[in-house]
Design a protein around this ligand. Sequence first.
Ligand code: PLP
Length: 363
Amino acid sequence: MLLLNPGPVTLTEYVRNSLLQPDLCHRESEFFDLQDEIKKRILAIYELDPAQWAAILITGSGTAAVESMLAGLVPETGRLLIVENGVYGERIAQISAQYGIMYKRIVGDWMQGLNLDVITSELDSTLKDQRFSHLAVVHHETTTGRLNDLPSLSKLCCERGVKLLVDAVSSFGAEQLNFSDESLIGIAATANKCLHAVPGVSFVVVRRTAICQATSRTYYLDLKRLIHLQDQRDTPFTPAIHAYYSLAAALCELKEQGGRRTRYQNYSALSEQVLIGMKALGIEPVVPISQSSVVLRAYHLPTGLTYAKLHDALKAEGFVIYAGQRDLSKTLFRISTMGDLNSADIDRLLKGVAKVINELKIY
Ligand SMILES: *Cc1c(COP(=O)(O)O)cnc(C)c1O
């Protein structure tokens, strides 16, 4: 079965076999070597200087990293502006509410890009109790496959001294991220999306200077304690050691395959192949291609075809596709090109889709 859902992904044999390594105690030096190696390799993907940046590992899914970042990096006195245009932006607001963070949401149409004019006027508000210290956004909004305009946002933030927090859970490792931007202080990501490892470990890449302002709203996900202990080859709790094995292997493989840019090019070629094939069958993408990621794309369901029918037919051919979230489940479906996939796989997928469409015409 090939997974075309946005993580977990289809593993390579190399990564799958990496799970079968010796039993390991997380208080032994071998574990701390593994932890150090992963932290180093994560930073190396974007050529980050370990003196300026830290990768903080968390046992948990991508949401744990997002939660840890928000709960840790917005100080008690801070005010967070959340710009959202999908399910994951909404989740940022829900997490902020849970921790009693002072925040305001700018809720955009899920089918549209961020409204920079509205964001600018919020950031420029002169009302004293409305000045924002931080802004949070989802880089790749997996709900629709839209790549939000991070460069424009970070320019707005930079000019105003606002700190930027990014959910890059479904883009880190493939899409471009500009870490040299002064406003950027935290990015949350995970092992089992563009990095091609198993689920169980996620991480926050944090600018070290932001840590002195960090706060401890949460116990398990406390970024401050995690960075402090991990910097000293230590860990507060039992990590998902086998997930760590797989992440180390996946990071080695990423490097050997040519790194982030090569991964981007591979995704780009596969998602283009899907696009051309779908269009030939009369199936159109939901988001304009210039605004979409190479990681995942949403397509309109053809008239007369339900998601369930398409899903079941393709599953019978060996592919797991993904539904739209909430109301979008009735109108769209999603195809991710993450994981160990090649163009022959996509050919077979498109043949499967063609078969369903043709049957639709007959009945
Ligand atoms: C997958 C994803 C998450 C986290 O989901 P988990 O199920 O917790 O791994 C968060 N944000 C985005 C943009 C995602 O795509």
